[in-house]
Ligand binder design. Sequence first.
Ligand SMILES: [Zn+2]
Length: 213
Amino acid sequence: MLAAASSDKDNDNNEYLSEDFEEENSIQICCTWGNDLQDGKLTYNIDDTDSSKEEQDAVRNAIEEWDSKIDPLDLERVSTMTVSDITIEFRDGSEETKRGEEIAGQTTTTFDQYDFLDNARVTILKEPYGYELDTMAIEQVAKHEMGHALGLGHANFDGNLMAQKVNDGTDNISECEIKAVIEANYWKLGSYNRDNTYPSYPEDASVICEDDQ
Ligand SMILES: [Zn+2]
């Protein structure tokens, strides 16, 4: 059941920003996965209709980096969109550019009746600024959007994968994003919670990044 939907358009105004989100370098927590994460696993599908093998591989690399860096989380590729928790698709993006928007990626999430995530749809625009993204840029955008799909908002500082503008960010998944995804889904990914059955919300709305990030 889809009780709500929200959409995060990148390189746009940050709808997550709130007043208590201030000076310290931190990453906002947006959302928490619900029952789909019961078994510690989320499935994803990469739509192959509007993309080359190289572009699909870039997305797969991005997702595999998340998978390998978050021990208790298993991201499993499936071949059909209908059964996947997370879908990644490509669009050429020229229409958005004509309207003056500069969006490289977008993640639309839907929630169950208890406001837990139950689906995320990532769209990667291949020509967000009028020229085609290379595979490295696609991989960076995919990593950033997967951060949203896994429950993150934006970082309030530059030089982080979750920086609001992808151009101000990095392509590296650092300790702070890992900590933030675990915090967002702490009911299942927290170290003492691996046997938990019922989703619950995290205590904090953001995580603070250490200085060495
Ligand atoms: Zn974003």
